[in-house]
Design a protein around this ligand. Structure first.
Ligand SMILES: CC(C)(COP(=O)(O)OP(=O)(O)OC[C@H]1O[C@@H](n2cnc3c(N)ncnc32)[C@H](O)[C@@H]1OP(=O)(O)O)[C@@H](O)C(=O)NCCC(=O)NCCS
Length: 146
């Protein structure tokens, strides 16, 4: 598997510039540097680096025994190599070790790639929030027992 040569590491606040660059390249509504700083205080960020550049990352938050997958992004030139799946599997293992029992997320209804990744990783659709996003799109809620 191509993803085997990539290692997942815990990201640290000093990597905020590189995470911000990824956010800007990957998301329509990127997190600001302040959002990223806040996530380091409240959540956990893991990623894959190539040199000093973060090429893929995942952001998680834990509340008691429940986790939320807040963000997952892979730079375009690193997609379809299994990195997204590898980070999700890594997150499951890490969360289980911390005593989490379940994980949930919200995703734009039009985001087929992400919904496909989440379904392939064992998430099931648990609900829908009409017009949840700023652009008027519905949110699909997905959940998985860990
Ligand atoms: C969604 C995303 C993280 C997937 O990352 P990735 O590293 O390319 O995903 P993987 O290579 O691990 O693919 C795992 C599975 O996801 C699904 N998938 C990923 N990309 C897909 C695509 N373009 N079309 C259809 N299915 C896709 C497939 O089921 C795939 O399994 P397969 O390769 O065996 O068919 C990536 O496309 C991305 O960064 N998108 C923009 C950011 C985003 O929308 N994030 C989610 C909301 S926070």
């Amino acid at each position: 598997m191509k993803s085997e040569k990539f290692d997942i590491v815990k990201l640290s606040p000093e990597m905020d510039e590189s995470i911000f660059a990824l956010e800007t390249a990957v998301f329509e509504e990127p997190w600001t540097k302040k959002n990223i700083e806040d996530e380091f205080s409240h959540g956990e960020l893991y990623g894959i680096n190539e040199g000093v550049r973060v090429v893929a990352y995942i952001a998680l938050r834990i509340t008691l025994d429940e986790a939320e997958l807040l963000r997952i992004g892979v730079l375009k030139e690193f997609r379809r190599l299994g990195l997204g799946r590898k980070m999700v599997d890594f997150a499951f293992e890490s969360l289980r070790n911390k005593g989490c029992k379940s994980i949930f997320l919200e995703v734009k209804a039009s985001n087929e790639k992400a919904i496909s990744l989440y379904s392939a990783s064992g998430f099931a659709i648990s609900g829908r929030r009409p017009r949840y996003y700023r652009n008027g799109e519905d949110a699909i809620l997905m959940q998985k027992v860990l």
